[in-house]
Write a protein that binds this ligand. Structure first.
Ligand SMILES: C[S@@+](CC[C@H](N)C(=O)[O-])C[C@H]1O[C@@H](n2cnc3c(N)ncnc32)[C@H](O)[C@@H]1O
Length: 212
């Protein structure tokens, strides 16, 4: 009985600490002021400041787009009248002039659906900020992350235009070497970039690459 009480107290302390850190976070505060739906929005803004891909991207596919911060950034920085499609398993509160598909990216019809939205044309920019839900088992989590990125690669191999950019979240470690080998077959200029807005303690980083 006592142990449970101690655990509960510890849990409350942890969540209070998390809440305090979240509320005081520079990018959480900025996102409220700027009207962005996620603090992640600043990661994409900073990646673009470095690699400047938006200016040449008038067709954009955002995989794992909810709640919509990256879609808002895409709409703001891409040329006017760009075609933008977001896909997510969970729903999205609509954004004007941005299309949304509620779908798992592993859905077998996803290729057809994307193809029909872009009228069979290639896409200039593919974004993925996805990460799988943690199962608590490190090995399983790692396999899930790898399979997610492999699916993103399959989609980019099919849809990305020559010199088009792929920006994808990845976690450092494990089978990354094999993944990079696979990427080298169809992508060039593969770089890692961790934007300032990505928390230092997070293993996430972003892969930036261009289609050969
Ligand atoms: C970190 S959030 C993206 C935040 C977004 N970039 C923003 O700025 O608002 C990751 C999203 O990926 C989605 N996701 C994860 N696995 C997915 C899958 N297999 N198919 C579609 N969406 C997926 C989750 O539902 C979640 O909404």
């Amino acid at each position: 009985m006592k142990r449970i009480k101690v655990f509960k107290k510890q849990k409350n302390k942890d969540s209070n600490r998390w809440l305090e850190r979240h509320l005081n976070d520079e990018y959480v505060i900025k996102s409220k002021i700027d009207g962005y739906r996620s603090r992640s929005s600043y990661k994409l803004i900073q990646i673009n400041q470095k690699f400047k891909f938006f200016k040449s991207s008038n067709s954009i596919l955002d995989l794992g787009c909810s709640p919509g911060g990256w879609l808002q950034v895409s709409k703001k920085f891409a040329p006017k009248n760009s075609k933008i499609l977001g896909i997510d398993k969970i729903n999205l509160k609509s954004i004007p002039n941005v299309q949304f598909l509620q779908n798992d990216i592993f859905d077998e019809n996803i290729f057809n659906k994307i193809d029909s939205f872009f009228d069979g044309k290639k896409i200039n920019l593919i974004l993925s900020d996805m990460s799988p839900n943690s199962t608590g088992n490190k090995k399983v989590d790692h396999l899930l992350i790898v399979s997610l990125i492999e699916r993103v690669l399959d989609l980019s191999n099919y849809f990305l235009s020559k010199n088009g950019f792929l920006i994808a979240k990845i976690f450092q470690g494990g089978a990354q070497g094999d993944l990079i080998k696979k990427m080298n077959q169809t992508l060039s200029s593969i770089r890692y970039f961790k934007p300032k807005a990505s928390r230092a303690e997070s293993p996430e980083t972003y892969l930036v690459a261009q289609k050969k």
